[in-house]
Design a protein around this ligand. Structure first.
Ligand code: XUL
Ligand code: CO
Length: 433
């Protein structure tokens, strides 16, 4: 036991009328929602990096958090893990996520970094076996160290490609060892700062081959989880190749990987790409790519990836509506890739940020489930396309322009516009939120 969270009670469901801050008001893990326990729908995960590895810096200032585990030794890494697992227990989350660089100190060589990682993986495994949460996903940090400044798989230097491939192998091994349900690739530096020094075609080829190797290795080691790409349009690069869900789909198809890889969609990244979160989710669901989500928002005015905890129930409800409509999560879940504001210094800030976010998600989920169960939105959607259920309409899709033209002339087809009823549907949704 560390003393970091001393005095902070385990957070439990106490209902909306409780007057303590240290409780769930809406997240009730055992409550049944649309035929499933709430915990099994939401599948919450806490991220290791923002909570335990991020020092509170921003582009204009450095560390604000003073944590006893900050330091580059194995003792520090173990203390960090002890505190992390205490936080997982206080919040009762079923999952967590990590990057290699969050959990182990960087060694003087690749071999030493790998040894550090392997030792920490065993340390984690013991804690997980003792009742800790499960691993939602693992990933490699291929963006912080200066060696990756010009990209990992897309680097102009083949030695960096090799280092990145070896790093991903060790992170896939770690994820497999810890029973991870997914493996994520976020290509933070896979893009460019300027086209002037970039061979875009060559870089995309490298990235396609790299991802194919990841898929080959997954099958080789018998990893049963999903491989997920996390799209983002920019930041830190000016342009990231995995721009959004639609771009990722085109890329996967080009390399024949569309049945092998899905996506991890982050709310803030969707906004940076000029989309809504629900757009990205609906797009992924329609393409059969929906994997998992990072439930963290940006500040709408700043235009940065501010990674804030969710606090907007109507937005969250629309997101879970798309997820429920697609059948809910399988291997995926709700990861809070969110960080405190840098002035939120206290241990309790970490706990309350997550407790509030989990309540927001619970409210969104319940609203989404009620809306789906009500059925009016889906009936309105089906009614709008009902003409396509007619056999002649389906036959037209197998026809050709000349035949269709003859039909238009022969039948005197003259389409009559109908209302899209947007405001009516918006009113309907507001009844549930
Ligand atoms: C960066 C981001 C990453 C990924 C994992 O914007 O979202 O934390 O989720 O590398
Ligand atoms: Co993320």
């Amino acid at each position: 036991m560390t003393d970091f969270f001393t005095g902070i009670p385990a957070i439990t469901y106490q209902g909306p009328d409780t007057d303590t801050d240290f409780a769930f008001r809406h997240y009730n893990p055992d409550e049944m929602v649309a035929g499933r326990r709430m915990e099994d729908h939401l599948r919450f995960a806490i991220c290791y990096w923002h909570n335990f590895a991020w020092p509170g810096g921003d582009p204009f200032g450095g560390q604000t958090f003073l944590r006893p585990w900050f330091g580059e030794t194995m003792e520090h890494a173990k203390l960090k893990a002890d505190v992390a697992f205490e936080m997982f227990r206080i919040l009762g989350v079923p999952f967590f996520c990590f990057h290699d660089a969050d959990m182990r100190p960087e060694g003087a060589s690749f071999a030493e970094s790998t040894r550090n990682l392997e030792e920490m993986v065993e340390y984690f495994a013991t804690k997980m076996e003792a009742g800790g949460p499960k691993l939602l996903w693992g990933t490699a940090n291929l963006f912080s160290n200066r060696r990756f400044m010009a990209g990992a798989a897309t680097n102009p230097d083949p030695d960096v490609f090799a280092y990145a491939a070896a790093t991903v192998k060790t992170c896939m091994d770690a994820t497999h060892r810890l029973g991870g349900e997914n493996y994520v690739l976020w290509g933070g530096r896979e893009g460019y700062e300027t086209l002037l020094n970039t061979d875009l075609g060559r870089e995309l080829e490298q990235m396609g081959r790299f991802l194919s190797m990841v898929v080959e290795y997954k099958h080789k080691i018998g990893f049963k989880g999903a491989i997920l790409i996390e799209p983002k349009p920019q930041e830190p690069t000016k342009h990231q190749y995995d721009y959004d869900v639609a771009t990722v789909y085109g890329f996967l198809q080009r390399f024949g990987l569309e049945k092998e890889v899905k996506v991890n969609i982050e709310q803030g990244h969707a906004i940076l790409a000029g989309h809504s979160f629900e757009h990205e989710l609906a797009m992924a669901a329609s393409l059969g790519l929906l994997g998992s989500i990072d439930m963290n928002r940006n500040d709408y005015q700043s235009g940065w990836d501010t990674d804030q905890f969710p606090n907007n129930v109507p937005e969250v409800a629309l997101a879970y509506y798309e997820i429920l409509r697609a059948g809910g999560f399988t291997t995926g879940g709700t990861n809070f890739d969110a960080k405190l504001r840098r002035q939120s210094l206290d241990p309790e800030d970490l706990i309350l940020a997550h407790a509030g976010a989990m309540d927001v998600c619970a409210r969104g989920l319940k609203a989404a489930a009620a809306l789906l169960e009500n059925g009016a939105l889906e009936s309105a959607r089906s009614a709008r396309y009902a003409g396509w259920d007619r056999p002649e309409a389906q036959a037209m899709l197998q026809s050709d322009l000349e035949t269709i033209t003859s039909g238009v002339l022969a039948q005197g087809i003259d389409p009559q516009p109908r209302s899209g009823r947007q405001e009516r549907l918006e009113n309907l949704i507001n009844r549930f939120i």
